[in-house]
Write a protein that binds this ligand. Structure first.
Ligand code: GLP
Length: 262
């Protein structure tokens, strides 16, 4: 796992966006051979999307041959609900870039048969040849997408029950009222995610410090879903100094030395 400890949130967003742009452009995607990405929601991803939109407007990157699969969606929220991830993606990214709408996949939180929706989502990813670059955020409790602690590290796309920590953390998007947060979500599986050719995680802020420490220094464990990065052959994490606050001094020095960030 690579770990880049950067100054602040702005640095994380700029470096992450540039990394994504380099990957897309180096892949030189075509309609027949698109670049397949997994995309997150959440507040940390907002700055990354802003930078990607600016780069797109400056002609530095096109998403016309990109296929995206969002990581998750709340169960029971229609796509036009302001807190649905479908709405988030449209507002914060898709409406400002040139991705084809048929290429942007998001689980349907209103599916009549959510289990079937999960199977179909898996199948769509498989048909596209799997994910080239997975981009994810970090739950305060170490979750990845909506895979909460205790989820099998081999899980496939499924319906998950949100942990209390997650409901409390996400209540800020629902008038600060945890009772308004949906209790279930469809999420890409951990097994599905780790089959991606590359995984990139962003982490910013003091509230992520414990999860980051557990991911980097803790054991591989279903109690810490993000630890799945430890067994991925190509994983990179962009974090800021605040998120790195609980790492051991020697860990920080080690990674800063390796990445030439001293
Ligand atoms: C939600 C999403 C996760 C994301 C997390 C982090 O819980 N399901 O995929 O990693 O938010 O969000 P934020 O960046 O807002 O802290």
């Amino acid at each position: 796992m690579r770990l880049l400890i950067l100054k602040d949130y702005d640095d994380v967003c700029i470096r992450t966006a540039n990394y994504i742009i380099e990957r897309i452009n180096a892949f030189a995607p075509t309609r027949e051979k698109p670049f397949v990405m997994a995309l997150p929601t959440g507040s940390s991803a907002l700055g990354v999307y802003k930078n990607l939109i600016s780069a797109h407007k400056e002609g530095k990157v096109s998403f016309s041959n990109v296929v995206s699969f969002n990581l998750d969606e709340y169960l029971g929220l229609p796509g036009d609900h302001p807190q649905s991830y479908r709405h988030y993606m449209k507002e914060n990214f898709f409406s400002s870039i040139d991705i084809r709408s048929e290429n942007a996949h998001i689980p349907d939180g209103m599916a009549d048969d959510p289990e079937e929706e999960c199977n179909l989502y898996e199948e769509k990813i498989r048909v596209h040849g799997g994910i080239e670059l997975f981009i994810g955020g970090m739950g305060v409790n170490g979750h990845i997408a909506f895979n909460e602690p205790g989820t099998s590290l081999a899980s496939r796309t499924s319906v998950q029950i949100l942990a209390r920590d997650t409901i409390i953390a996400n209540a800020r998007f629902f008038d600060g009222d945890p009772r308004k947060v949906p209790v279930k979500a469809i999420t890409m599986g951990i097994g599905t995610a780790t089959e991606s050719r590359e995984m990139l995680i962003i982490s910013s802020g003091r509230q992520k410090a414990k999860a980051l420490k557990d991911m980097v220094e803790g054991p591989l464990s279903h109690w810490n879903p993000l630890s799945c990065l430890q067994i991925h052959p190509k994983a990179v994490v962009f974090c800021d100094e605040d998120a790195a606050e609980e790492l051991k001094y020697s860990t920080v020095r080690y990674y800063k030395h390796i990445e030439g960030l001293e």
